[in-house]
Design a protein around this ligand. Structure first.
Ligand code: GCB
Length: 605
């Protein structure tokens, strides 16, 4: 990977290939019908005595049961993925059947497929995401394991494929423990399973594994390339942006890397929410052609201001979970689903910005944001209570951060990398988060580092005082705060504007969350109570009035665009398993507060 050139410790970089912009490579899709079987006691992963699995449950993955039973009709197997129920992937198992709705644990998946592999080619099997951890076998051979439910991973399978009847088996375990990122308790649905596309990607023996094309500053386009394969070193690399008539060549060094800088042509258009111009770029090397679509823009801060392409911008945003609209979502973010969600933000709310909470969203969402012109905050699930004093947890978080940045740093839309959300302050947490912020600066110095923080509150004086006093602020470019005054606090909505906010730092402050719940259709015009549309609308009016008086206030992403599944929210008749802070219901029904925010954004410069 390119980043290996930097000072980042190798242990936090992804093990496997980067396969940058893999979603644009020609592929054989392995989506569609897969069979599946539960394994609640994890018999297929370890025997009931704790050692290797026994014969009867011998790794669901290792044995081709159909073949083995034909060879020995008396062979005993207590599972059979060739005759298990079928579901269509990607999705989460929670919609596979009614019994699977609340299953947490290990599920085995199997796909049989044919493929024509040619000599001299290399093949990779790539997973967009499997939540939370996945172990993968091809034709009985173990390929490896990946932990983390929101980043892509790939295994090379060159030499392992057959023309017919390949058997790909994946054990996906949704269970998190004390060292996991995110921790076991969150405020969203886990969506265990293979939730993003699975592809067989074929490349030449020497191919472009990683490439990064971006504006280094307003005047300079920078390109980094990393080849992989027998011809990687001393190779000729051709870089092209046909629409700008740019064509350059470079030669890779002994490690297969090459870089170049060139002036940004005056005719190159800026990427911005008002004009999200993307250019096709092409890198040809070693018989491979790598393609991506990139936008040219800069993002920076100047004291308390945020500058896009050198000009101040106020971020009018909304927070979004990766969950499609609909009564029974399964977390399969198709391009249509992504456009439906982001369209509500861009066209409905007049937003120029989305906070993609609380984990790296799918590549589909980021491509849609690039094309539609929405500035993106992208985050890793360092959420609430992580084992901040545990070096294993830190290594997992650092790896996840590196995987996110390596996957997405060609996306113009992304302006902010967030290293976490609402993490309780402690010396261990401060050191943990500081390390993550430092990693961002190594992996991608062209973007801003942020995190969603909490503020301190003092009620001893005549008015409440809320102060941005998190020591982590010193390590961030942009501070952000989650604030629920009047929803989780006892403040009366009419008194919100009396709160005094102190922001001692000379940096921009975003409100990464403000929000209140409402059940769509629940009206209480006379005396609005919590969960009525009127209360939520009034919460937005009063909160927006309060924010307007806060120093360094440069943007906001209220919580949240759409009602989303959360097992923590079980109030019957109101929540029924949904967090109701959406501006629209799960099916897209708009609540009154939607218009309050849309009108404010329409007027706000
Ligand atoms: C928060 C969390 C978010 C929750 C939200 C809520 O502060 O960051 O994940 O869903 O509050 O609704 O309580």
């Amino acid at each position: 990977a390119l980043a290996a050139a930097g000072p980042l410790a190798a242990q936090v970089l992804p093990d496997g290939p980067v396969l940058a912009a893999a979603d644009l490579r020609p592929e054989q899709s392995l989506d569609g019908e897969w069979t599946w079987s539960i394994d609640p006691y994890r018999d297929g992963a370890a025997g009931f005595h704790g050692g290797e699995p026994g014969q009867a449950s011998r790794r669901f993955a290792d044995v081709d049961v159909t073949q083995a039973s034909a060879d020995d009709p008396l062979a005993l197997y207590e599972y059979d993925l060739d005759h298990s129920p079928v579901s269509v992937l990607p999705s989460s198992w929670l919609t596979h059947s009614a019994e699977m709705r609340h299953y947490q644990g290990l599920v085995w998946y199997q796909k049989r497929f044919d493929t024509a592999a040619k000599d001299g080619e290399r093949q990779f099997i790539r997973f967009g995401a499997a939540n939370y951890a996945a172990e993968v076998w091809l034709n009985g051979k173990r390929l490896g394991r990946h932990e983390g439910g929101f980043t892509s991973f790939a295994f090379e399978v060159t030499g392992l494929l057959r023309p017919q009847g390949n058997r790909l088996v994946v054990g996906v375990d949704s269970q998190r423990d004390g060292q996991s990122i995110p921790p076991p308790v969150t405020d969203w649905e886990t969506y265990g399973g293979i939730t993003r596309p699975v592809e067989l990607i074929v490349v030449p023996a020497t191919y472009v594994d990683d490439a990064w094309v971006r504006l280094k500053d307003r005047a300079t386009i920078a390109v980094d390339v990393s080849l992989n394969g027998p011809g990687a070193s001393g190779a000729q690399v051709r870089f092209r942006i046909p629409e700008l008539r740019i064509e350059r060549t470079m030669t890779t060094d002994a490690s297969g890397r090459a870089s170049l800088s060139l002036p940004r042509p005056p005719s190159a258009l800026w990427w911005s929410p008002d004009g999200p111009k993307l250019y096709d770029v092409e890198i040809v090397a070693g018989g491979d052609t790598w393609r991506d679509r990139v936008g040219f823009r800069t993002i920076a801060t100047d004291g308390p201001r945020i500058l896009l392409n050198g000009k101040p911008i106020f971020l009018k945003g909304i927070s979004v979970h990766e969950e499609e609209l609909g009564a029974n979502p399964t977390r399969n973010m198709t391009p249509q689903a992504a456009r439906a969600l982001l369209g509500l933000a861009k066209d409905g709310l007049h937003a120029n910005y989305v906070r993609l909470a609380h984990y790296p969203h799918s590549e589909t969402m980021l491509r849609a944001a690039d094309e539609m012109g929405l500035i993106v905050w992208s985050e890793i699930p360092v959420y609430w209570r992580i084992a901040f004093d545990d070096p294993v947890a830190l290594e997992k978080a650092r790896r996840m951060l590196a995987e996110m940045i390596l996957r997405d740093r060609n996306r113009a839309a992304i302006a902010l990398w967030s290293v976490g959300n609402e993490t309780p302050q402690s010396p261990a947490r401060n050191a943990f988060m500081k390390q993550l912020a430092a990693d961002v600066r190594v992996l991608d110095p062209t973007r801003l580092v942020t995190a969603a923080l909490l503020v301190g509150r003092d009620d001893s004086g005549p008015v409440p005082v809320q102060t941005m006093d998190d020591p982590l602020a010193a390590s961030l470019d942009v501070m952000a705060v989650n604030a629920y005054n009047g929803w989780y606090t006892g403040d009366r909505l009419a008194d919100l504007s009396k709160i005094e906010w102190r922001v001692p730092q000379d940096k921009p402050l975003l409100f990464s969350e403000v929000g209140a719940g409402a059940k769509a259709g629940l009206h209480q015009p006379d005396n609005p109570g919590k969960f009525s549309e009127e209360f939520q609308a009034e919460y937005y009016r009063q909160t927006l009035a309060m924010l307007a008086r806060i120093p360094n206030f440069e943007g906001i992403s209220p919580w949240i665009l759409k009602d989303f599944r959360s097992p923590r929210r079980q109030r019957p008749g109101i929540q029924d398993g949904w967090n109701r802070k959406g501006l629209v219901s799960e099916t897209g029904q708009r609540k009154e507060a939607f218009d309050v925010l849309a009108e404010w954004y329409a007027k706000k410069e």
